[in-house]
Write a protein that binds this ligand. Sequence first.
Ligand code: NAI
Length: 310
Amino acid sequence: MDRIDFTGRTILITGAGGGLGRAYALDIAARGGAVIVNDLGGSVTGEGASSTMADAVVAEIVAAGGIAIANGDDVSSPAGAQAMIDLAIARFGRIDAVIANAGNMRFAPVEDLTAADLDALLAVHVRGSFNVARAAWPHMRTQGGGRLVLTTSGGMLGMGQLSAYGAAKGGVMGLMHNLAEEGRPYGILCNAVMPNAASRMSAGMSEGTLGHNPWGRVLGPSFDPRFTTGLVAWLAHERCTSTHSIYSALGGRIARVFVGATRGWDHGLDAPPTAEDVAAHIDMIRDDGAGYAIPTDIFDEFRIVAEGRG
Ligand code: NAI
């Protein structure tokens, strides 16, 4: 297998001042890429700002002989996201990949979370991913393509005390599916990762949740952020042909995670199914053992139903 090489390529990594983003930045820079290391440098909940985190990662990369520039802007601001892309274009003349990794966290029972907490998470995860993708988009179109790697989370699968965070990460999944479809004609491929790593973010919730997750201790050694790096580097590289997909890195295993639809129960078009009809057929509606389809886009679900009817 040829080396995955980023020489001559420019990659923006948001939230790369620590944790997973730092690991991605070090690996991609070691593979020759010019990296824009963005980090707002605030707290884990997203308050405050300082360029020291991004500066430190850039210093590490440069000391190792790599190419990197720091940026301390806020991804939730359209102007901040634009400044990151403008920096890439001004310094390197191109933007080949964006890894939207910046994130904040509020871990609390739903009755203790406020609408402001939800807004703070949506701002960084959903609006931040949208902002950087949107700013890169015209350049990627002009260049004939690009790679967008968004960051979702097992949090969207559900867990107590993660309702606001899980909602934001579910939003990222929907954003990814849509950017992938819109980018397809232009060679802009978009995927999302579900990482699992020990970081300052996960440290805040680990102790409280380990009682419910005995497997966390078993898989613990894989929580080095570098267990996710290879997946992200591949998704950010021009050789990657995947789009519209979610990949989970957990315990050394990398797998595709998808939204699927069961074969279901088909009532036909003669009359609308009633609540009683649904109650009578709920086992069939839910039955994934009878097979399922993975719609490739919104129209594909229409196709699946229409063709399934024959
Ligand atoms: P982390 O807290 O070490 O990294 C997140 C970085 O984003 C921080 O350095 C922070 O300063 C930066 N950031 C926050 N708001 C920002 C903003 N508005 N603009 C620019 N930068 C901002 O946490 P970690 O674990 O490395 O998380 C990276 C990503 O992976 C996040 O999106 C997180 O939600 C996601 N994730 C992490 C998991 C894990 O197990 N660590 C599990 C699933 C998802």
